[in-house]
Write a protein that binds this ligand. Structure first.
Ligand SMILES: C[S@@+](CC[C@H](N)C(=O)[O-])C[C@H]1O[C@@H](n2cnc3c(N)ncnc32)[C@H](O)[C@@H]1O
Length: 249
């Protein structure tokens, strides 16, 4: 019997397992740390909060979040790191053994294996444009967020930063390339409120001897960093999703 073709999620799993095996998990920390720290400052995290790190990769950002929500007067906060790549999840678990408030889960953004109305905040770093069905992922994020929960989606690939388009052809999986305005419209269509898009420059210096395979030149890489990543922020309205099998009258 011929092999079944891979589903889009299986293709992502295979590709990012390859990244994990090639040591890209840790390298991404160097590339994404500056813009992620700036995003985390905007998240205004409090001890006791429940946070989802969607597309957590090797878990370095998950650990930053876990430190901020740990123990406090408001209780004991928890962070769930979710990723489609089981190799990334394995890596993240192996490097987070000292944390008792992190749980790493293997799964897809399009079918988040978690209950309704649970997370106070969601962070997702450099992952959202890979999701084959972004509409489905947004519906899932809406479902698992608590009433008035906040979403923080950070992406480096979007139309308004033309330098980012230089590396699309180098990717081995399909991606979405939308503008900030198109993303805002998409989030609003999914009933999110207070939808905002801001550009977050990457202020890390690029040394003159840095070798880039992704950009045409170091000047283009520097211009890409100056324009920065796109941070999409939104809130779930003050409503609760029904649990499966229940109807809210
Ligand atoms: C470029 S990496 C970024 C990883 C991490 N957030 C970081 O900044 O180091 C993208 C991550 O998104 C994950 N991913 C891609 N598609 C996904 C999906 N449909 N559901 C969940 N995770 C996904 C990949 O496995 C990968 O770990």
């Amino acid at each position: 019997m011929p092999d079944q073709p891979l589903t889009p999620d299986e293709k992502l799993q295979q590709e990012f397992n390859r990244w994990a095996e090639a040591g890209e998990g840790d390298k991404m920390q160097q590339h994404h740390l500056d813009i992620t720290e700036k995003t985390i400052r905007r998240m205004d995290l409090r001890p006791g909060e429940r946070v989802l790190d969607l597309g957590c990769g090797s878990g370095w950002a998950t650990r930053l979040l876990a430190r901020l929500v740990g123990e406090g007067p408001e209780g004991f906060g928890q962070v769930v790191g979710l990723d489609i790549s089981d190799e990334m999840v394995r890596l993240a678990r192996a490097t987070s053994k000292d944390f008792d408030n992190i749980l790493y889960v293997w799964g897809s953004a399009q079918q988040i294996p978690w209950e309704e109305n649970f997370f106070d905040k969601v962070l997702s770093v450099e992952s959202f444009y890979y999701y084959p069905d972004q509409e489905r992922a947004l519906a899932e994020l809406f479902r698992v967020l608590a009433p008035r929960g906040r979403l923080f989606i950070l992406i480096n690939l979007y139309k308004d930063n033309p330098y980012s388009l230089q590396w699309v052809d180098k990717l081995k999986v399909p991606v979405h390339v939308r503008s900030a305005a198109e993303y805002v419209e998409l989030f609003q269509r999914h009933a999110f409120e207070n939808v905002e898009a801001v550009q977050i420059p990457d202020d890390t210096p690029t040394p003159d001897d840095y070798v880039t395979k992704s950009f045409h030149s170091l000047e283009d890489l520097r211009a890409f960093k100056r324009a920065g990543a796109l941070l999409l922020m939104a809130s779930k309205p003050d409503v609760r999703n029904a649990a499966p099998g229940y109807t809210i009258y």
